[in-house]
Structure formats: structure tokens, C-alpha cells
Design a protein around this ligand. Sequence first.
Ligand SMILES: [Zn+2]
Length: 434
Amino acid sequence: MLLSGTVVADADTVIPDGAVVVEGDIIVAVGDRSTCRDQYPGHEHHACDVLVPGTVGGHVHSVQSLGRGIADDTELLEWLSEYVLPMEASLSADGMRAAAELGYLELIESGTTTCIDHLSVAHAEEAFEAAREFGIRGRLGKVLMDKDSPAGLLEETDAALEESERLVRRYHGVDDGRIRYAVTPRFAVSCTEACLRGARELADAYEGVMIHTHASENRGEIEAVEDETGKRNIHWLDEVGLTGEDVVLAHCVWTDEGEREVLAETGTNVTYCPSSNMKLASGIAPVLDYLDRGINVALGNDGPPCNNTLDPFTEMRQASLLQKVDHLDSEALPAKTVFEMATVNGAQAAGFDRVGKLREGWKADIVGLETDITRATPLHDVLSHLAFAAHGDDVQFSMVDGEVLMQDGEVLVADADAIRSRAREFAAEMDVTA
Ligand SMILES: [Zn+2]
């Protein structure tokens, strides 16, 4: 397929009248449109206004999608214990499937082609199967909770790790490596030391398996960890093996100098979730400091009950604006930097090579947006538009591994009406006050 339009190959490379040529799952050429058409005359042609690398959601909870709007105006620990954990505990396998499908539908419709997805304790295979069916690229994991957790979610340590290993064997690397596994403790508060150390052992036992957890999102959380372990949260996670290049820590809002040194020295990935951090009043992650230290920072929407949208373009805008006002510095986190966070940095965090840029020899994960719309007029600077004005609704085309997931604004890999209808049915039955 030959895709033509203004090609944003990466944050530094914009080709105004460009093209991307795809063969199989790989990009074979990126360049001037007429040159590409001459070189690849037999390819099916599809025109978009703007072509960009598919965005990477560096931290999401697809299975929380039925909880959009159930827990506004609460802070993290109450939000979890009163609303989100009871919701997760109450979902049947079919409900979990409906939630995951709604989440992936929203991600695909709004321009995300890869996600790091923190699932729930039970029925994780429903999300794996939905991700496979829809063709999204994903690093997914069943959640581990073996202490201080509500009935319905609390598991025995060994049983939780054994179930994780079963899922690793079943799903890690399937579909030509498009689906990969992350061992996923909920957070240090709800996991024993044995569970956290077991997560590291499991990740080490299988090549390419990573670890994904929440860390230092909220002050109450880090106080709870410090009361129990005598250590700051990142130091505790480091002690039990949950730092390193194969670890993605969501949030890292409340970290001190020593903890930041650990994150940098170990090459740990951090996912910045500005909307979630603002809405739950968690705080402002020290992202500029992380970037200065060379820490890889991805961007994440977190889940529908704390955001309440999975739109990556809105998240780029929030990411930049929050840092600008925090530092009272209008130059903080410019468009190029947030675009990199939402694309190539996210792919690096998720452990996918040759993803996150439109490059010859890289994976054909491509999104097309329309810009013949009022919000995009005039289009002086396409990077500025993507970071500050674009919206997920502008996405018209999506491709992962060379497979077209959405074209002309229509999702081809799923029945969107049926997914929304099932989601409404299960949401109506859901017990959110258990
Ligand atoms: Zn989260």
C-alpha cells in the first residue's frame, strides 16, 4: 500500500508532499510522493491529510472502560477502594471482554496503535483475546494483588504468579510478537515482598517479558510503603528487583533526589499520565528533571475512570501545558518533545523495536489524520497542530503491522456499534458500590 500526505516521519522530519510505502508488515520507503509513486507503481494508493507514527499509550487500563464517569472528584486511594477495585471485582469474564473491547476500540479510533495495558486480577485472557482480534500492538499483563486487597481480587501469592506464568506461556510473543507480556503488580501497597520478588523472577525466566506497575503516584501511597518497609517507594522497588530497562513505572510523581538517581542509573522507564495526575489531584511528575537525567519518559492516558478519555492528542496537550505552568516556563516540554514521548519513547518503554517512527525497515504502524477542518486551519506547523490542537476524532486511518484497522473513519476490525451496545448493557449491570 502507498499512503500519501504530509508525512510526519518523526519529531524532526516532516515531508510536506510525502508518501509511505508498506509491504507486508514493514515500511519499505518514506519520501517524496511522486518519487515513491514512480518507484512503486503497482501499490494500492490511499491518501490522508497527515500521516504520523501510530501513538503509544504508555499506561492504560482497557478493562476499566466501563467505569468512565463513576468516580469523578475523588483522590487515588478512595477512587481505588470505593469505586474501581469493586468494579473490577464485580466484572464477569463477559463484562471484562466488553470493557477491553470498548477500550481497544477507543484507542484505535483515536490514533493509538500500541498500548501498555494494566489489566485486572481475573479474566485477563479476555483482554488478550480482544487485543489479538482487533490487531492492536500491546504489552499486556494480569494484575497481581496478594495483600491489603478486597475480596474478589485478593489472591494467594503462588497462585497469582502461577496464573501469570500460564498467561506468559500462552500469549507472550503471539501474532508475530505483536502481543507481549508484562508481569503487572498493581502497586507496592497491594503486593507482598514475595510477590514483587516473584514478579522479577518470572520476568527473568522468559526472554522479552517486562514488568509494569504503578509507582509513587500519590502521597498516601508512598507513606504506606514507607511505614511498612522503612524505605521510599522507588528504593523499595529497586531492592526487590522492580527497576531496570525492562520495567515501566507509571506516574513517579512523588520521588526524591535519591530515587531519581536510581531511576536514571537503572534505565527504568517512566510513564507520565498528566490528565490522570491532575484529575485525581495526585501531583505533577518532575518530567523535565527525568528527561534531563536521560530517563525514558512515555505518555499515558491511564484509565477511563480517571481521565476520562483515551485520546492521545489531548494527552500530549495536557502533558506540555501542565509542565509549562508548573515551571512558569513557556519553553517547557515543547510540541516535539511530547510527540516523541507519545511515539518513539513509548515504543521503547513497551519494548518494541523499530516502532514509533515512520522509517524504512520499521514496522508499519501508521495513523492518518484529517486536517481539512476548522481546528486545523491554518496549518502553519504540523507538530504544533498535533500537540496542541489535534483531537482523536481527527483520526481517519490506522494501520498496525501493515494491517488496516481503520479507514475513512470506519473501524474495520470490529463492530463499533455492537461494542458500544454491549458496553452499555454490562455497565448497567455493574456493581460499583460493593
Ligand atoms: Zn493506572
